[in-house]
Write a protein of this length. Structure first.
Ligand code: ADP
Length: 599
C-alpha cells in the first residue's frame, strides 16, 4: 500500500463530515424555503383577492355608469309637474335616446308611474312613442306591488304606522325603478322628491325594463373580460343574485356547481345601484330606495359573485405552494443525490488510483524477479566456470521459464490496453467450443502439469457453434485455468472444465464451467475480483505472481461476445467460474456445416 491508512481514514472522515454538513444545510434550506413559500403564498393570495376585488369594483363602476347614462338621458332635466306632461317629456327624451342608438340594447322599455290621487297610473309608449295610461304588464307585477306597497304604507303611516310591505314582492328582476327627479310634484303637499317643503315622498317614478338577457350574456361578460383579463371566463365562475335574496339566482356563468358560487365566493360586488344624486333627497344623507324606510341594505339591487374554477383562490394558491414545495424538494434531493454520486465516483476513482499504484509496485516487482533470474543464469552461462551440459540445460530452462512469465505478463497488460481501446475481439468466426477448450488446456499444460493438477474435462457432444474470436476466448479460458492452478491448491489439486448447452437460458447459450477445489474467494472480495488491478488479500500475502488483470480480461472478453460471467465460491470448498456465451445464429451454423461437408 502506498497510500497510508491514516490518510485514508482522514479522507473518509472528511467526506462524511462534508456529507453531514450538506444534509444539515439542505435540511435548513428546505425548512426556510418551506416557510418562505408559505409566506409568499399568503401574500400572493391576498394580492390576487385584492386585484380580483378591484377588478370587480371597476366592473360595477362601468356597469353603473352605463345605466346612469341611460337614466340621465331619459329623465327630463326640467320636469313638468303635470303627470301627462312629465310622461310626454320622458317620451320625447326616450325617443331621442333611441334615435341616437346609444346602448339601446340595455333597456327594453321605459314606463312612467305617477301617483294621481290614491292611484298609481302607469304610462307606457304606444306605437307612436306617446306615453299613455296603460294596464300593468304581467311581468311588472312585482313592481306594481312594490310601489303600491309603498303608498299603502305611507297611507298607513299617516294613520299611525303599520308593517312595511312584504319585500319579497318587490323583487321584480328586470325592472329598475328610479324615483322621479327632484322638482316633480303635482302641487303643494305632494311636492317633488324632497326638493321643497322638507322630507316629502316622491310621487313619480320612471321604470326601466332592463334587457336582462343582454345584460347577463353580453354586457357583464364583456366588462368582466375587460377588467379581469381575457381569460376571466376560463378562470372564474360568475353568478348574479338579488341583493335581498342571495338564494335567488339571476344568472350563473356555468350551470350546476356554479350555484354554489355565492356561498364560497372569492369576491363580491354590488350592481345596479340607484344613481346617488337622483336617489338622495336634497339636504338628507343616507341611501335609500324610494320612500323612507325602504332602504336597500347594500349599494345595489344585484350582487355579482365570483369564484375561481379551482374551488377558491385559496385552492389555487395552495396548489402553487405545493408545486413550489415539490420543485424545491426535488432540487434539494437532486443536490443531495449529486453530492452522493460525486462522492461515490471520487471514491471509486481514488480506489482505482490506489489499485493502479499497487499495480505499478506489483508489476515492478514481478518484472524484477524474472529479470534477475535471467540475468544471473546468463552470467553463469557466460562465465566459463561451469559449462557442463546439464548446467547449460538447467540455465537454459530457467531462462525459458522466466522469459515465458515475462511474456505472459506483457501480453496480459497489452490485452488489457486493447480491451480498454475496444479492440478485444478482432477476428470473429464460427467456433466449436471444444476446440477452444482443448487449445486452452494445451497451452496451459506446462503450468498445470508443473503444479501436479489433475484435469477433468467434460464437453457435451454436438454443441452448436459460437461466433467469436478464437484467440480472445482461448486467452480467457487459459486465464481461468492458470488462476485455478495459482489459487486452487487444496487437499486435491484438481481442475474441472465442463461445457454444455445452458439449461436455464431463455436464449440458446453455451455454458462453460471452470472449477477448482482450493480455499475459495472470501465473500467480500468476490465483487471486486473483476475490477482492473485488483488482487486478493491471499494473493498479495502469499506473493503469488499476478497483475490483477486476468479476471478483468476474462470479463471484457465474455462481454464482448455478448455473454455473461459469474463466480460461485465457498470457503475451503473451491471456486467455480461460469461463462455463458450465446450460440451463433442459425444461418451461421448452416453455412459452417455446408462448408465443412464440402471441405
Ligand atoms: P491476478 O491473478 O493477477 O491476481 P486476477 O484478475 O486473475 O489477477 O485475479 C484477481 C484475484 O482474484 C486474485 O488476486 C485472487 O485473489 C482471486 N482469484 C482469482 N481466481 C481465483 C481462484 N480460482 N481461487 C481463488 N481466488 C481466485
Amino acid at each position: 500500500m502506498t497510500v497510508n491508512s491514516d490518510t485514508q481514514r482522514r479522507q473518509a472522515r472528511l467526506s462524511w463530515i462534508f456529507v453531514g454538513l450538506l444534509f444539515v444545510l439542505c435540511g435548513a434550506l428546505g425548512l426556510l424555503q418551506y416557510r418562505w413559500i408559505g409566506e409568499v403564498s399568503v401574500a400572493a393570495r391576498d394580492r390576487m383577492r385584492a386585484s380580483l376585488q378591484a377588478g370587480l369594483e371597476r366592473v360595477s363602476r362601468d356597469f353603473q355608469s352605463e345605466i346612469n347614462t341611460a337614466c340621465r338621458a331619459i329623465a327630463p332635466e326640467d320636469p313638468k309637474p303635470e303627470p301627462a306632461e312629465f310622461a310626454a317629456q320622458v317620451g320625447e327624451r326616450y325617443a331621442a335616446w333611441k334615435a341616437a342608438g346609444q346602448a339601446v340594447q340595455l333597456v327594453r322599455g321605459v314606463g312612467v308611474v305617477t301617483r294621481e290621487g290614491d292611484r298609481l297610473v302607469l304610462r307606457l309608449p304606444d306605437a307612436d312613442g306617446k306615453f299613455l295610461p296603460a294596464a300593468w304588464p304581467a311581468e311588472w307585477k312585482g313592481t306594481q306591488q312594490f310601489l303600491e306597497g309603498v303608498i299603502l304604507r305611507e297611507d298607513r303611516g299617516a294613520r299611525g304606522g303599520g308593517p312595511p310591505p312584504d319585500e319579497s314582492t318587490t323583487f321584480e328582476v328586470p325592472v329598475f325603478i328610479m324615483p322621479g327627479p327632484p322638482g316633480f310634484g303635482p302641487g303643494p303637499g305632494r311636492g317633488g322628491f324632497g326638493d321643497r317643503g322638507g322630507p316629502r315622498r316622491g310621487s313619480a317614478w320612471m321604470v326601466f325594463d332592463l334587457n336582462r338577457k343582454y345584460v347577463m350574456e353580453s354586457a357583464l361578460p364583456e366588462l368582466l373580460q375587460r377588467h379581469l383579463g381575457a381569460a376571466a371566463s376560463q378562470e372564474y365562475l360568475f353568478a348574479v343574485t338579488l341583493h335581498e335574496a342571495p338564494s335567488q339566482m339571476l344568472y350563473t356563468s356555468d350551470p350546476g356547481p356554479a350555484s354554489s358560487v355565492a356561498a364560497n365566493a372569492d369576491a363580491e360586488v354590488d350592481l345596479l345601484a340607484i344613481p346617488p344624486d337622483m336617489l338622495r333627497p336634497r339636504g338628507r344623507g343616507g341611501r335609500g330606495f324610494g320612500p323612507d324606510g325602504f332602504r336597500m341594505t347594500g349599494g345595489g339591487r344585484w350582487e355579482l359573485w365570483v369564484r375561481h374554477r379551482a374551488g377558491s383562490l385559496e385552492t389555487v394558491v395552495e396548489r402553487t405552494r405545493q408545486r413550489n414545495l415539490a420543485v424545491t424538494g426535488g432540487v434539494l434531493l437532486l443536490i443531495l443525490a449529486s453530492a452522493a454520486a460525486l462522492i461515490r465516483f471520487s471514491r471509486r476513482a481514488q480506489r482505482l488510483a490506489e489499485l493502479q499504484m499497487n499495480f505499478v509496485a506489483g508489476v515492478s516487482h514481478e518484472l524484477r524477479t524474472p529479470l534477475t533470474v535471467i540475468n544471473t543464469a546468463a552470467y553463469n552461462l557466460q562465465s566459463s566456470v561451469n559449462r557442463s551440459p546439464e548446467q547449460v540445460a538447467k540455465y537454459g530452462a530457467l531462462i525459458r521459464q522466466e522469459s515465458g512469465r515475462l511474456k505472459e505478463m506483457v501480453e496480459q497488460v497489452l490485452s488489457f490496453a486493447g480491451s480498454q481501446a475496444g479492440s478485444i475481439t478482432r477476428d470473429v468466426q464460427p467456433l466449436a467450443i471444444e476446440d477452444i477448450i482443448e487449445a486452452s488446456l494445451e497451452s496451459s499444460r506446462t503450468v498445470i502439469e508443473g503444479a501436479h493438477f489433475a484435469v477433468e474435462k467434460e464437453v457435451a457432444p454436438d454443441l452448436p457453434l459460437i461466433a467469436g474470436d478464437a484467440r480472445a476466448l482461448q486467452h480467457a479460458i487459459q486465464n481461468l485455468l492458470t488462476n485455478a492452478v495459482k489459487y486452487g491448491k487444496g487437499e486435491r489439486n484438481w481442475i474441472g472444465i465442463r461445457a454444455r448447452l445452458d439449461p436455464d437460458g431463455s436464449q440458446p447459450r453455451i455454458e462453460i464451467r471452470v472449477a477448482d477445489r482450493g480455499p475459495g474467494i472470501p465473500a467480500d472480495e468476490q465483487r471486486q475480483i473483476f475490477d482492473p488491478f485488483y488482487r486478493g488479500k491471499r494473493a498479495v500475502q502469499d506473493q503469488i505472481h499476478g497483475t490483477g488483470l486476468g479476471l478483468t480480461l476474462v470479463k471484457e472478453i465474455v462481454l464482448a461476445h455478448r455473454g455473461a460471467i459469474a463466480v460461485h465460491s465457498q470457503p475451503e470448498k473451491g471456486t467455480e467460474f461460469v461463462l455463458r456465451l450465446p450460440v451463433a445464429p442459425k444461418e451461421f451454423q448452416d453455412e459452417f456445416a455446408n462448408s465443412a461437408s464440402r471441405g
